[in-house]
Design a protein around this ligand. Structure first.
Ligand code: FE2
Length: 270
C-alpha cells in the first residue's frame, strides 16, 4: 500500500475487557484507525504486540448493552465466524471453532435481543465473539468485511450494522457464484454445513441444496427480526457504489465476484 509503514509494536500495557459481544478484538493483533468523510479512510494496524496482555471476558459487563447494539455486534460476530469458516485460508482448527461459535449464535442471538438480562444468552454471545476473533485472525474475512472496511472511511455507520445488513445478500450471491463456477467446491459444501447447523440437522439429515437455501433465509430472517437498518438510513446512495467497490478487497472471499455482483450485494441494502 502506498505510504504504508510498519508498526513498531510499542504499546502501553493493554488489558482488554469487552463490554459488547462482537468484534473479537480481545483475541486479535488488530487495531483500527479511521477518519470519516471526504478523503476518509479506515486502516487496520497489525502487530503481534497488539494482542492484549490480558483479556477478561465477562458476559455480565454487556448486560446494559441496548438491543440495537447487541443485535449489530452479534451479527458482526456471526459474519466473522461465517466468513472465516468459508475462507480459503481456513483450516481444521478454525473450522471447529467457527462451527462452535455459530452454534452459540444460533441459540443465543435472538434470546439476548429479546431479553438483555438473559445471562445464558449473554455468555453464549461472549463466547462466540471471542472465537470469531481467533478465527478471523487466522483465516481472514470475505466480501462483507471488505465492504465494511471501505464504507467505514466514508460514512459513520456502526461496523456491526454494515456487516449485519449485507450478510444475507452476500451469502446468497457467494452461493450462486459457487454453484455456477465450482459446483463441488469445499466452500459450497461448508455453506451447506452451516445451513444444516442452523436447521439443527448436524446429524447430516436433509440435503445440501435445502440447507443452502435455509442458511440464506435464516440470515434474512435475522436481519428483519433484529431490525438491522439499511445503509440508506446513514446517507449512502446508489451514487456511492462505485467508489466503495473500488476500495473493497475480497481476497479471502471463497469465490471471485465481478463488479456487477458486488454492486448487486451493495445496492440490495441501500
Ligand atoms: Fe467485523
Amino acid at each position: 500500500m502506498p505510504g504504508a509503514r510498519a508498526h513498531d509494536g510499542v504499546k502501553t500495557p493493554f488489558i482488554a475487557v469487552p463490554t459488547t459481544a462482537g468484534t473479537g478484538s480481545e483475541a486479535t493483533q488488530n487495531a483500527v484507525l479511521s477518519q470519516v468523510g471526504e478523503g476518509g479512510f479506515k486502516r487496520s494496524l497489525r502487530h503481534d504486540n497488539l494482542v492484549p496482555d490480558e483479556t477478561i471476558v465477562d458476559p455480565e459487563l454487556a448486560v446494559s448493552c441496548p438491543p440495537g447494539v447487541t443485535a449489530a455486534c452479534g451479527m458482526d460476530a456471526f459474519v466473522q465466524l461465517l466468513e472465516s469458516y468459508v475462507s480459503p485460508k481456513s483450516g481444521l482448527l478454525t473450522d471447529a471453532l467457527a462451527m462452535s461459535g455459530m452454534a452459540e449464535v444460533r441459540d443465543s442471538l435472538m434470546p439476548v435481543f429479546a431479553d438483555g438480562g438473559n445471562m445464558r444468552a449473554r455468555a453464549g454471545m461472549a463466547y462466540a465473539a471471542l472465537l470469531s476473533g481467533i478465527t478471523l485472525a487466522h483465516a481472514g474475512l470475505g466480501v462483507v468485511h471488505g465492504f465494511a472496511s471501505a464504507l467505514g472511511g466514508f460514512f459513520d455507520i456502526p461496523h456491526g450494522v454494515i456487516c449485519g445488513t449485507l450478510i444475507g445478500a452476500a451469502t446468497r450471491i457467494n452461493i450462486e457464484e459457487l454453484r455456477k463456477q465450482r459446483s463441488h467446491s469445499p466452500a459450497l459444501e461448508k455453506y451447506a454445513w452451516v445451513g444444516a447447523l442452523m436447521a439443527r440437522h448436524e446429524d447430516g439429515s436433509g440435503n445440501a441444496d435445502a440447507h443452502l437455501d435455509y442458511l440464506v433465509q435464516k440470515l434474512e430472517n435475522w436481519i428483519a427480526s433484529l431490525e438491522i437498518p439499511r445503509l440508506g438510513k446513514f446517507g449512502v446512495t446508489p451514487g456511492d457504489v462505485d467508489r466503495i467497490i473500488g476500495q473493497t478487497g475480497i481476497k479471502n472471499n471463497p469465490v471471485a465476484l465481478d463488479t456487477h455482483r458486488m454492486r448487486e450485494i451493495f445496492v440490495s441494502r441501500i
